[in-house]
Design a protein around this ligand. Structure first.
Ligand SMILES: [Zn+2]
Length: 318
């Protein structure tokens, strides 16, 4: 398929291409990621996600922002209906008022302004190959002259450290959200696109959601760290592809919303098994074939509309 803005976030694109968020999904919970691809599980849109998109579409351009506001009108705008005037907008809900302040902070800063003003393409789609697998990326802003890959990120607090279960230490938001992996992948795909040997500049414009929003511009270029991230992908990607094509059963992380919604108890356990060091191996997803059970779970968990079913030749066998 030819990737476009309209089909970029579709199950069809997910079946054909790996993406950074899909890869993160596989690493977190194979069972949930496969259920998402097969349309058996749909993440509820979270407010933070909507606010992030509101922020992003502003920088994409007035047309994209207006379309986004139209599509999410009820979530964004407060309205009042009177007989005389009909329905009128009386304001925006607090998180979007806050997002407007964040946008203003970004646009007022001379350094950020200079990056926003560089000639380039917003929401630029690229695709390439990584370890024999097709990948797709969507760059918030790509500046071909000087090869800048710019990503906008709204974050609770730029300087606060977060606990990482994987690294077992507190890490910056860059590591907490897997940004070094993203930077490594984007750089490989951009190099293929540009036909270049050297890495592009990967730059994050970060704005915090605090009162008096904080701001920072960070460059993630770090070749050794990129190599480490790419090695991790190389070691995991073949396994992921085999789960994706149905030749291996997905395993459950045991703790995410999907795993909780589909959880079944098979035995009474000793209490100390709750400690992380006694956690058992990940189980195969016993719920993968149980669509009726999932339908119940989704009803109980208030999950939205089902997306389109993936092409039949990609559906897991067995
Ligand atoms: Zn899970």
């Amino acid at each position: 398929m030819i990737l476009t803005r309209d089909n970029y976030y579709t199950p069809e694109a997910d079946w054909e291409y790996m993406s950074c968020s899909q890869y993160q999904g596989w690493c977190e919970c194979e069972a949930k990621q496969l259920a998402k691809l097969e349309g058996r599980w749909v993440d509820e849109p979270k407010e933070a996600f909507l606010v992030g998109n509101y922020f992003h579409t502003h920088f994409e351009g007035p047309e994209a922002h207006e379309q986004f506001c139209r599509e999410n009108f009820d979530e964004i705008f407060k309205t009042k209906t009177t007989k005389a005037a009909g329905t009128v907008i009386t304001g925006k809900y607090a998180p979007f008022e806050q997002a407007d302040k964040m946008i203003a902070v970004a646009e007022k800063d001379p350094l950020i302004r200079s990056l926003l003003d560089l000639p380039g393409e917003n929401e630029m789609i690229m695709h390439g190959q990584l370890f024999g697998v097709p990948w797709r990326i969507r760059v918030d802003k790509y500046v071909p002259d000087g090869r800048l890959v710019i990503d906008y990120k709204t974050v609770a607090n730029i300087n606060e450290l977060k606990w990482s279960n994987e690294l077992r230490e507190k890490v910056t938001f860059i590591d907490a959200y897997g940004y070094m992996m993203r930077a490594a992948v984007y750089s490989e795909i951009e190099k293929q696109y540009a036909g270049a040997d050297t890495d592009p500049h990967f730059i994050i414009i970060a704005i915090s959601k605090q009162d008096y929003p904080d701001k920072d511009v960070l460059e993630l270029n770090h070749r050794q760290r990129y190599d480490y991230e790419l090695e991790q992908i190389r070691d995991r990607i073949q396994h992921i592809q085999r789960v994706k094509d149905g030749s291996l059963r997905p395993t459950r992380c045991g703790y995410c919303d999907y795993c909780r919604a589909t959880k079944r108890l098979f035995s009474i356990r000793p209490y100390f098994k709750l400690m992380p060091e006694f956690r058992e191996q990940r189980e195969e997803d016993y719920a993968a074939d149980e669509r009726p059970l999932l339908a119940d779970a989704q009803e109980a968990g208030a999950v939205g509309d089902m997306p389109a079913v993936p092409p039949a030749d990609n559906v897991a066998q067995g």
